[in-house]
Design a protein. Sequence first.
Length: 308
Amino acid sequence: MQIVPEIPGAVLIVKGDTVLADVATAGCAPHTRFQIASLSKQFTAAAVLLLAQRGVLALDDRIGRWVEGGPPSWRAITLHQLLAHTSGLGHWDEYPMIDLFQPMEPSALLEAFHAVPPLFAAGGGWHYSSPGYVLLAHVVEQATGRPYRGVLAADVFAPLDMAATFAGSPGQRPDVAPGHDGAGRPVPSFDLDVVGMGAGDVWSTTGDLVRWIDGLRAGRLLDERHRALMLTEHATTGAGPGSRGYGYGWFVGSVAGEPWFHHDGANAGFRAYAACLPTSDRRVVVLSNSEATNMAVFNDVVTAALRL
C-alpha cells in the first residue's frame, strides 16, 4: 500500500523513534544527496546564532560592521533583520543583473546587491530575501576568518553527525543527484559557491535533515535562548495557511491544530521540504531532483504524515 505520494526523490517521515515512511524512487536512495535549496538558510541562521552564542557578534549588529561598502540605505540594517527577512532587501527577482547559474567574484556580487535600493526601510515590513542570507554568509566568513562552507562543516554538520551533508559545488563527491526540469530533462545547477552561498548552497539527505531537526530540538548545537530565537515568530509573513510568521530560517505556525515549523526550497532541478510537529514528534523531509515536485506534493506528504 502506498502511504505517501510517489515523487522523484526521497521521503522520510519519523514519529518519535519510529520510521513511518522511508521511500526513494527514480534511481534515488535514502543516502542520495540533493540540493536542499532554501532549506540551506537554516544552517546560515544556525551559524550566525552560534557566533552570537559565543559572543563573537550580536544580532543587533549593523551589517556595515561586517560587510564593507554598502550604500547609505543599508546603514540601519541589522543581522536580526536579515535573518527574519525584514531588512527591506529584495529577492532574486529584484536583481535581474545576477545570473544564478553563472559564477561571480564575491566583490562583483556585493556590488550588484548595492545597486538595488531596499524595498522599504529596515524593519518596515517582511519580504523574503535570498540575497540577505548571502550577506549573512559573508558575515560568518568575516567574523570567523574562515570559509563559510568550512564553518558549516566543522561547527554545524560535524557536531550533529550529518556526515553526508556539505555546502557548495559537489566536485567528485559520490551519491549526488542530478537535477531535472518538470519534463525530466537534465538541467544545469545554480552556482553554489558564491551566488548561492548561504541562501541555497547545501546538499543533504533525508536522514541527515532529520538528524538536524532532532539535534536542534535537543540543544546539541544551540542553547535554549538561541534555539528559541530561531523558532520564534519575528515577522508576520502572510504566506498562507500554516505559515503565520517567520523565525530565523523557518516558517512557523500551526497545522491541524498543532504548532509546527517548516520550510520549502526550490533550486534549478531540485525541490526540498522539511517540517517538524513537536507536539506529536513528527518530522517530515521531502527531497526531489525534479522541478515537477511542487507545494501541492509537499502538502500531500504532510497530510499523509498526519494520518500515520
